[in-house]
Design a protein around this ligand. Structure first.
Ligand code: UGA
Length: 445
């Protein structure tokens, strides 16, 4: 089928590439000419495992094209995806200006009946606004062309985006049109082979499904961080508690890892946006507000542990802190809402210097932080330890999982490790003569 995708960010680029991979003709449209030129030349703007070879192969095969020419792309497509960003507005609600600008563009250039598919994460009711925006443009042109707006949220995870997209656990389609479902069923047939993953529903339920999924996952994390806080106070070990509850299939093993707080471009934004939607419709989002405030507290927790260890923030002045990890999670260079950013700022405010190493996020960190005397972006985990007093692990990259603690001890002036993702056994660290502080490990009272 002929498909156009607006937006070449994570969702648009990955979805477009995967649709081309299964044989569809895909045109990706973006207003950023430099990005489009780069993509045409095989330069992938994000780090995502497996994406680059797939983009290049499909581009070479002629099934995946990149352009800024929206008019030509729309005219040639049966299905038009909207996958542009919905950044938070000042009040936390999702800013729809990019989504609606694309809708108007579609209305201006539509030549034949088409399905418009909303893949961006958008508040309930957006499909109606998209429909109105397209209809207004068609009316201004004095033409009557049939179209349907379908909500088809994306559930891919950064770092596993290609895998998630090629093997989705569900394909949510929100529309009241059986004909649209049938067309999209054909589009997604290659991803839907062994058992039917299509979940068809009305458009508002589909829009809410996306927020409910992310809010539920964020809730699990904040819940565990809350329990970790209690464990720390009562002298229990959250890691034992995690194992004790995860075996209950109703609770499950996933997303119950306490840590330095959740980050990324989705959870913080989506929890806030859903809370805004609730307020706008007269519902008090008590739980969502708590999920967010627990996360906010959690992002400050590693610094508080450091203050506790050193007996006050003043003692951090002049210290050099090694940081392992900057990205909001492993296998990505994305630092949006990363817990590392809050910690680095707190350390600077206290007069400490930072030596940081991240396997992928170095350039992103340089872009965000700029050149400063109190930050060194290092080439390796070992390099970050040079001349450092303490080590903080904040992103659980695989390569940080089994370090040589004796070597770490030899390099760290103060011999203290803050484990923001509970990667290590306290006893292993302490056996090397290093003081250990983790998240919710009562031993660290
Ligand atoms: C998230 C969802 O997992 C995807 O299903 C969704 O499609 C996506 O948002 C989106 O809305 O586009 P992502 O933001 O890539 O995906 O990241 P996650 O893997 O979900 O991790 C989010 C954060 O939670 C990370 O900072 C991670 O460190 C943290 N986390 C995760 C924990 O602190 N504990 C856990 O047990 C799991």
């Amino acid at each position: 089928m002929h498909v156009t995708i607006f937006g070449t960010g994570y969702v648009g680029l990955v979805s477009g590439t995967c649709l081309a991979e299964v044989g569809h003709d895909v045109v990706c449209v973006d207003i950023d000419q430099r990005k489009i030129d780069g993509l045409e030349a095989g330069v992938i703007p994000i780090y995502e495992p497996g994406l680059e070879p797939m983009v290049r192969a499909n581009h070479a095969a002629g099934r995946l094209k990149f352009t800024t020419d929206a008019a030509a792309a729309i005219a040639a497509s049966e299905v038009v995806f909207i996958a542009v960003g919905t950044p938070p507005d000042e009040d936390g609600s999702a800013d729809l200006q990019y989504v609606l600008a694309v809708a108007r563009t579609i209305g201006r250039h539509l030549q034949a009946p088409a399905i418009v598919v909303d893949k961006s994460t958008v508040p309930v009711g957006t499909a109606d606004k998209v429909r109105d925006a397209i209809a207004a443009e068609l009316a201004a042109r004095g033409v009557d062309i049939a179209f349907d707006v379908v909500s088809n949220p994306e559930f891919l995870k950064e770092g596993a985006a290609v895998e998630d997209c090629m093997r989705p656990d569900r394909i949510v389609l929100g529309t009241s049109s059986p004909a649209s479902i049938e067309r999209l069923r054909r589009l997604y047939a290659p991803f839907n082979r062994n058992h039917d993953r299509i979940v068809a529903m009305d458009v508002r339920s589909a829009e809410l499904t996306k927020y409910a999924a992310n809010a539920m996952l964020a809730t699990k994390i904040s819940f565990m961080n809350e329990i970790a806080g209690i464990a720390e106070k009562v002298g229990a070990d959250i890691e034992q508690v995690r194992k004790g509850i995860g075996s209950d299939p109703r609770i499950g093993w996933h997303f119950i890892y306490p840590g330095a707080g959740y980050g990324g471009s989705c959870f913080p934004k989506d929890v806030q946006a859903l809370a805004r939607t609730a307020v706008q419709h007269g519902h008090e989002p008590t739980l969502l507000d708590a999920v967010e405030s627990v996360n906010d507290r959690q992002k400050r927790h590693l610094f508080e542990l450091a203050v506790r260890h050193y007996g006050g923030a003043a003692a951090l002045r002049g210290k050099t802190i090694a940081l392992w990890g900057l990205a909001f999670k492993p296998n990505t260079d994305d630092m949006r809402e990363a817990s590392s950013r809050r910690l680095v700022q707190q350390l600077w405010d206290a007069g400490a210097r930072v030596r940081a190493y991240d396997p992928e996020a170095r350039e992103e960190a340089r872009r965000i932080f700029g050149d400063r005397d109190d930050l060194v972006l290092c080439d390796s985990a070992g390099d970050a330890l040079q001349g450092a007093d303490a080590l903080v692990v904040i992103t659980e990259w695989k390569q940080f999982r089994s370090p040589d603690f004796a070597q770490i001890r030899a390099r760290l002036g103060d011999g203290v490790l803050f484990d923001g993702r509970n990667l290590y056994e306290p006893a292993d660290v302490e056996a090397a003569g290093i003081a250990y502080w983790g998240i919710g490990r009562g031993r660290s009272i």
